[in-house]
Ligand binder design. Structure first.
Ligand SMILES: CC(=O)SCCNC(=O)CCNC(=O)[C@H](O)C(C)(C)COP(=O)(O)OP(=O)(O)OC[C@H]1O[C@@H](n2cnc3c(N)ncnc32)[C@H](O)[C@@H]1OP(=O)(O)O
Length: 406
């Protein structure tokens, strides 16, 4: 077959088996239980597929989600998921076709003004206009690590709860954080996807998922055996830890750290400003390394930039570089009033700043500073003071955080 046999369309239920075969191969993941969940998790009519003749050779899904933006407003976001190209069809432009179809489709339909994803590899998505808008601090803390003596753990107990009982409590606690910038909505199937617990995941004696509940917090975790009978050294991996109060947060961490036999607690999706470091008596006991979490793409810059609130008044002309989405390319005047509300109009004036759309996506939630991007040469300033003013205005507090993977 030649390249000319390739064509792209959205899928239907009839394509599901082919999609499962392509993506199981692409993700090197042969687990039918996961695909049972994916039937509910994926919105099949929002999955684009590339066909080589009649053979599906690549797919990319979009989920209908809401994302909390600075100011507490929620925006629809297309949560891009399960992107893969069949083994044997790699580096022939399949992913490029999928990304183009998705972005153009969103724009033409006037659908979500922003798209988001979690990247399997950090080198892939910048070329498609995605930038890193939130990070996780992969954190490891030794078991039994003491807190500062004055840390308030409240009077409520943390208890282990069976999965079925825990799920509605966890989802309710999670939804109570919906005002936090970076919070993303999840469907029931999305919770199943996040808390997937198939037999294949319990290899090497790994436990089932445990659910630890506090009235103001929760943790989902798994333990893996290690050490010996006389010196057990189990490892705990936290899938998710959420809370609605500082006391709940501290109580849940304390509970996890105090489980006997645990040599260390690891939490990959830890917020970069998680209080654990300052709860510990010795902050160096928390080992952390930052990793990219939510990558954001402004599909329509004019609709996206007015959807959030800003931290300071601003009047700036942005030259936006976006060759993949030409409707964004060019100069836009962004004006922010005293209340932090924005207007965006196409501009004829000289630009104050030049910025690529991926870097605008990185700065959009207010976690990545425009001044930092400028220092790395990713934003060019044409009027003195424009970077500082825009950087201040884009900042968000508290630190944006997205716990969701997809
Ligand atoms: C949101 C998510 O689902 S993230 C998960 C992404 N999927 C996976 O990691 C599953 C395994 N990998 C795959 O299925 C494929 O290798 C994919 C999807 C990453 C790439 O698909 P391909 O069809 O081979 O990509 P395609 O040929 O369209 O390449 C487009 C561009 O991306 C680049 N690229 C592709 N894969 C990678 C990579 N892993 N790292 C860096 N660059 C990459 C190509 O070099 C090309 O660059 P160019 O525009 O400068 O020419």
């Amino acid at each position: 077959m030649t390249r000319d046999d390739l064509h792209t369309r959205t899928l239907t239920d009839a394509d599901f088996e082919q999609l499962e075969a392509v993506l199981s191969g692409a993700f090197l993941l042969e687990d039918p239980e996961v695909w049972e969940i994916n039937r509910r998790f994926l919105e099949i009519d929002r999955v684009h597929g590339v066909f080589d003749g009649t053979e599906l050779v690549g797919g990319a899904g979009a989920l209908t989600r809401s994302l909390t933006l600075p100011g507490g407003w929620q925006s629809p976001v297309a949560a891009v998921t399960w992107v893969g190209t069949a083994l044997g069809h790699r580096r022939r432009g399949i992913l490029s076709r999928l990304m183009t179809a998705q972005l153009h489709g969103l724009h033409e339909a006037g659908a979500e003004p922003i798209a988001g994803l979690g990247a399997s590899e950090a080198g892939i998505y910048r070329r498609f206009g995605y930038g890193v808008s939130t990070e996780w601090a992969k954190t490891t803390v030794p078991g039994k690590a003491p807190f500062r003596p004055e840390v308030d753990l409240g009077g409520d107990r943390v208890r282990e709860v069976p999965r079925a009982e825990a799920l509605p409590l966890i989802t309710a606690l999670y939804d109570r954080s919906a005002a936090h910038t970076g919070w993303m909505s999840r469907s029931a199937a999305h919770w199943e996807f996040t808390l997937v617990d198939t037999q294949a995941m319990r290899t090497g004696g790994a436990s089932r998922l445990h659910f630890a509940l506090h009235p103001e917090g929760y943790a989902v975790y798994r333990v893996r055996p290690g050490g010996s009978i006389s010196a057990p050294r189990y490892q705990m991996s936290v899938v998710e830890l959420g809370s609605t109060s500082p006391v709940g947060h501290a109580a849940v961490w304390r509970y996890l750290l105090d489980v006997d036999w645990i040599s260390e607690v690891r939490y990959e999706k830890c917020a970069t400003d998680d209080p654990i470091t300052s709860l510990l008596a010795d902050r160096r006991q928390a080992e952390r390394s930052d990793v990219d979490a939510l990558w954001l793409r402004l599909v329509d810059v004019d609709r996206a930039l007015i959807a959030r609130r800003y931290s300071a008044p601003l009047d700036v002309v942005l030259e936006i570089v976006d060759p993949r989405c030409p409707w964004n390319q060019g100069r836009w005047r962004l004006r922010v009033d005293d209340e932090g509300a924005a207007t965006v109009t196409a501009a004829a004036e000289r630009a104050d700043l030049t910025i690529g759309v991926a870097d605008l996506g990185a700065a959009f939630l207010g976690a990545t500073r425009l001044s930092t991007l400028a220092a790395s040469g990713l934003v060019q300033e044409h009027r003195a003071g424009a970077v500082a003013a825009a950087s201040r205005s884009f900042l968000a507090d508290p630190m944006p955080y997205c716990a969701v993977d997809f």
